[in-house]
Design a protein around this ligand. Structure first.
Ligand code: GTP
Ligand code: MG
Ligand code: NA
Length: 459
């Protein structure tokens, strides 16, 4: 593989943890944004990406770096946000597969929860170095905790009452014990004698910003110490598609995470499409402003070339049938193009195993490969057969397919649609035929609606 030793890559950090531990809020705090408040149901349902340039990392760690011991060498840091809701194991897995380092967020008032443990196991399996953000320290006692906005952890702890300090210490010891039960030694980061073997804990509050500078400083130090050899440098392009979106003035675009390599205007890209592989050329490369979430619409910056790791929006002809959640490849010649065309389709064809050969079952439609897979796994666990699945908007043709069940197995004349528009014609058709369309923006609402339906029909 080509590798340029003068060209340092920006590492990727993934944020993992149980639902509502404060993953998105922590990022909001660092970015000075309010992405979390705009999320449906206050839960994250897709992977996000935010780039923090070197200058921002320097500025945001200043208060805990008075002695200058943190020397920022990396060109920047790409942070991947993931959902904590139990349905999105596949997205946590994808996030953890992309990253070089991770932050495991634990709510200090809750301790270890099911998806905390799931995340720990993923990180162990991939041998990914990680640190723990022991979040919501301000919530230990909302009235007694003395807020010192955006300060270092030790500074704020020193200013707390004896009772608060004791309470913190008790909760900390409790969490350390729970981590020990998972086979992990842990220690508050500035008391950690061996960060290579003992997990560092950074107490934080995403609401007050206390401990957040410590978290960033440790992240920078650790990536610089732990990422050695090839991991540090730019090599072959590697990318994964997060979302397919129509943007006014640009047409259909894709949001990707460029994990490694460079990407240029005019490059030939190969990706997975609904009706087969898509080969096209990059028309425009866009990024949000630094420190803005890629999944939120904003004023984009145009680039001739971009460098990993980065979240990038690509505008190109023929992306309408592109599938979110699949990998994207860059082809340098006709041979590579052919090779990648096969490879690109693997991500979609791997879901065929969820479809029943019997030809009886429900119809599933979702916005991304990730949420589609989450739905398919849920239905499999519920022992509900799937007849067919699709991605993107629901059209009349899908309803007509689904109406085949009215004769075969009427209880399955149901369409489960997550985070996708249902066209007017499709709805009209469904009403005429008696096909039920369950549509939701929050994945567990869909599960609930469907469970209720099954209870009704089996009564
Ligand atoms: P999912 O992405 O859905 O898994 O949740 P998350 O881990 O991203 O948590 P999120 O940022 O959505 O925060 C969940 C709730 O906890 C929100 O109401 C936040 O305002 C609140 N919260 C997060 N961090 C803190 C904190 O440090 N202190 C306090 N008091 N509240 C917090
Ligand atoms: Mg979130
Ligand atoms: Na949440």
């Amino acid at each position: 593989a080509s590798q340029d030793k003068s060209d340092l890559r920006s590492p990727i950090c993934c944020i993992l943890g149980h639902v509502d531990t404060g993953k998105t809020k922590l990022l909001d705090k660092i970015r000075q944004t309010s992405v979390q408040e705009g999320e449906a149901g206050g839960i994250t349902q897709q992977i996000g990406a935010t780039f923090f340039p070197k200058e921002a990392l320097i500025e945001k760690t200043e208060v805990v770096n008075k002695d200058g011991s943190v020397d920022v060498k990396i060109p920047g840091l790409l942070i991947i946000d993931t959902p904590g809701h139990e349905s999105f194991t596949n997205l946590r897995s994808r996030g953890s597969s992309l990253c070089n380092i991770a932050i495991l967020v634990i709510d200090i008032t809750h301790g270890l929860e099911p998806q905390t443990i799931e995340s720990i196991n993923m990180l162990k399996m991939r041998k990914t170095p990680f640190i723990v953000a022991l979040n919501k320290i301000d919530k230990l006692d909302v009235t007694e905790w003395k807020v010192n906005k955006d300060t270092g952890f030790r500074d704020t702890l020193a200013q707390q009452s004896k009772r608060m300090q004791r309470m913190f210490e008790d909760r900390l010891q409790h969490v350390k014990m729970l981590l020990m039960e998972q086979g992990l030694n842990s220690e508050v980061y500035d008391k950690n004698p061996n960060p290579g073997r003992i997990v560092s804990i950074v107490p934080t509050s995403a609401v007050t910003g206390e401990g957040v500078p410590d978290l960033l400083a440790l992240l920078v130090k650790l990536t610089q110490e732990r990422m050695t050899g090839s991991l540090m440098y730019i090599s072959e392009p590697e990318a994964t598609i997060l979302e397919v979106k129509v943007i006014e003035g640009l047409g259909t675009t894709i949001d990707i995470v460029l994990v490694n390599g460079f990407l240029k205007e005019g490059d030939t890209i190969v990706l997975c499409g609904m009706n087969g592989p898509i080969v096209t050329n990059v028309r425009a490369l866009l990024t949000p402003q630094p420190m803005r979430e890629l999944r939120i619409k904003s004023a984009y910056v145009h680039h001739k070339q971009v460098k990993a790791a980065l979240g990038v929006k690509i505008s190109a002809p023929g992306l309408e049938k592109a599938i979110a959640g699949a990998r994207m490849f860059v082809a340098n010649n006709a041979d590579e193009e052919e090779y990648y065309k096969d490879l690109a389709m693997d991500d979609l064809t791997s879901l065929d195993k969820f479809v029943q050969k019997s030809g009886r079952g429900v119809y599933v439609q979702a916005s991304t490969l990730g949420s589609l897979e989450a739905l398919l796994v849920f239905l499999k666990d519920m022992k509900i057969p799937v007849f067919e699945f699709g991605l993107g908007p629901v059209y009349k043709s899908a309803v007509i397919r689904s109406s085949l069940m009215l004769d075969r197995a009427p209880e399955y004349a149901v369409m489960l649609c997550f985070d996708v528009p249902v066209t007017f014609e499709a709805e009209e058709q469904a009403k005429r035929d008696g096909v039920k369309i369950f549509s939701a923006m929050i994945i567990y609402h869909l599960f609930d609606a469907f469970k209720k339906h099954m209870e009704e029909v089996t009564e």
